[in-house]
Design a protein around this ligand. Sequence first.
Ligand code: FES
Ligand code: FES
Length: 152
Amino acid sequence: MNVRLRVNGVEREAGAEPRTLLSDLLRHGLGLTGTHVGCEHGVCGACTVLVDGSATRACLMLAVQADGCDLTTVEGLADADALHALQESFRQHHALQCGFCTPGILLAVVGEARAGRSLDEAAGSVLDGHLCRCTGYVNIRAAIRDAWGSLR
Ligand code: FES
Ligand code: FES
């Protein structure tokens, strides 16, 4: 099947089997490998992207379900050479080590901010739904708090 979607502001098109996961379409069909795949059953949060503005586990959605949708992946956060405010805050706070969980957390936090959630709601719900094996979450929380006021 042919899937047409808007990704990071660009119209894209790719072929997909009816059973193809959105995470696989992004990574293998469109070359957007910043969307990471860990558990493939909705637990780790690594594959989180924004679909029509909502944080979504790309491993729990079929590619064909995204036909006609507007997606944001981690590749769409930075503005040319300038990191997104949340990425810069992660860098300053040493909020990542291996970085495997990072794209999913960034997208989930940005989705919460754009939805008008409070910082406390967002930080709690995001980190409850994302597994990080490296950091212990302390620096991630600090980075989110520091950047929150400038997120969009
Ligand atoms: Fe999708 Fe873990 S790979 S939630
Ligand atoms: Fe390694 Fe989070 S930084 S899993």
